[in-house]
Design a protein around this ligand. Structure first.
Ligand SMILES: NC(=O)c1ccc[n+]([C@@H]2O[C@H](COP(=O)([O-])OP(=O)(O)OC[C@H]3O[C@@H](n4cnc5c(N)ncnc54)[C@H](O)[C@@H]3O)[C@@H](O)[C@H]2O)c1
Length: 403
């Protein structure tokens, strides 16, 4: 199944690491560490192979991919030997990275994205193209009446109005072109009623939001433990320090607020109450793509005895995110091939702020039967069942069976 992976933000850290990783996997130069679709519980015939993935995308930046990859190698994010070995392949992918459309109306720019997607699909003889948003985090979208339904949206766009944030314009173009869409960022993306209805009209699936790779991943494992042992979490405070392009974007208050909101939802949902404390994100240029999270949790046990847990996480953000981008592209492509459409709520495992029933628009009931939850163990079980279903439909059961 030849599958296009169209990365919005194709020259960013996550995108470049994803492309280097996929090319290295295809060449047999590295293993699939971090790719959950290669675990025995999830592996199977429904996924396109790594060799079947063809990359392209949009970016506002013009730095060639090979240069971005060299910069990531200098920063210790990807091995320099891989970047050196994959120079030709990276240049070939670069030919499929288009400048993000600028100028004209939003309708003009959406039409340009649709044309780029169609040309990419035709050029490479692809069965389908999955659009994955890994571009810079945007501020929360300003509400507009045209967000409510696809006809109002079409009318506003036809009238030359600017009604969508960039991530949603890409989702609009993806659906119009018949492509599934994955939002790895906290931006609005497909999370508007008009876009949910448009996805239903075009019978395409979509997934999101905001890849779960660091502090929130730990919260989604530790918080269920406190809940299951009936321990009372009194406070949970976290400080995240990061550099890189993402860190620079998150230094801006609006984007920072969107990200912090997406990180904070997890605790309240898992514990059933919100403990004291805040999550902070601070930009430290020197740290580059490596993130440090410090969390302090105070909790009470039997007879009110106070205790505390502290953890420090040093993660390489792009190395944690890139394999998940490849997983999401493979699973979403398989879901599309199997005729699934609407929000893929079974992919909550990957996200800080997963799509749920409220995001399902006219598809309610088809795929969004119940809230996906935030606890990693439950999300894993749902993902494994979903994978088993797709593999069964594709012919052979998964190698290791479903969990
Ligand atoms: N790395 C992680 O662990 C992780 C986890 C969850 C979410 N994310 C999200 O993934 C996204 C990418 O992170 P990153 O570290 O690669 O950031 P980055 O700043 O390195 O890359 C973002 C890219 O998007 C491009 N871009 C900006 N506006 C655009 C537009 N309108 N159209 C097309 N391209 C555009 C930029 O030029 C840049 O190349 C961020 O939104 C981040 O919050 C990352």
């Amino acid at each position: 199944m030849r599958t296009g992976v169209w990365l919005v933000g194709a020259r960013g850290s996550v995108a470049t690491t994803s492309i280097v990783g996929a090319l290295a996997l295809r060449a047999g130069l590295t293993g699939p560490t971090g790719c959950v679709t290669e675990l025995s519980e999830l592996r199977g015939p429904a996924w396109p192979s790594f060799a079947d993935l063809v990359f392209g995308g949009h970016d506002v930046a013009a730095t060639p991919l090979a240069k971005r990859a060299e910069a990531l190698a200098d920063a210790g994010v990807v091995p320099a030997r891989l970047v050196a070995a994959l120079g030709e392949e990276l240049a070939a992918v670069d030919d499929d990275v288009r400048p993000a459309p600028v100028g004209g109306t939003q309708a003009d720019r959406a039409a340009a994205v649709v044309a780029d997607l169609a040309a990419f699909r035709g050029r490479h003889g692809l069965d389908r193209v999955v659009v994955v948003n890994v571009s810079a985090t945007e501020p929360a979208a300003r509400p507009h009446p045209a967000h409510a339904d696809p006809d109002a949206l079409a009318a506003a766009l036809a009238a030359g109005e600017e009604v969508l944030p960039p991530s949603s314009l890409y989702a609009y173009a993806a659906f119009t072109a018949g492509c599934p869409y994955v939002d790895f960022t906290p931006s609005t993306g497909a999370r508007l009623p008009a876009l949910a209805a448009l996805a239903a009209r075009h019978a395409v699936p979509y997934a999101g939001h905001d890849g779960k790779t660091g502090e929130t991943l730990l919260k989604s494992v530790l918080a269920p433990m406190f809940a299951m042992r009936h321990l009372a979490v009194r406070s949970w405070s976290g400080t995240n320090l990061l550099g890189g392009g993402d860190g620079a974007t998150l230094a801006q208050p609006d984007a920072n607020a969107a990200k912090v909101a997406s990180k904070q939802r997890v605790l309240g949902e898992i514990l059933g109450y919100v403990p004291q404390g805040d999550t902070r994100i601070d930009y430290v240029e020197e740290l580059g793509d490596f993130k440090t999270a410090w969390d302090l949790i105070t909790f009470a046990g039997f007879l009110g005895t106070g205790m505390r847990l502290e953890f420090t996480w040093h993660g390489c953000d792009s190395a944690l995110a890139a394999p998940l981008v490849l997983d999401l592209a493979r699973i979403t492509a398989a879901a599309h091939a199997a005729g699934r459409h609407g929000p893929l709520t079974d992919l909550a495992f990957f996200f800080k702020d997963p799509l749920g029933p409220a995001d399902s628009g006219p598809d309610a009931g088809a795929t969004a039967d119940r809230a996906p939850g935030h606890a990693l163990g439950e999300q894993w079980a749902r993902l494994a069942a979903f994978a088993a279903d797709l593999h069964a439909g594709a012919g052979t059961p998964p190698a290791g069976g479903a969990a």
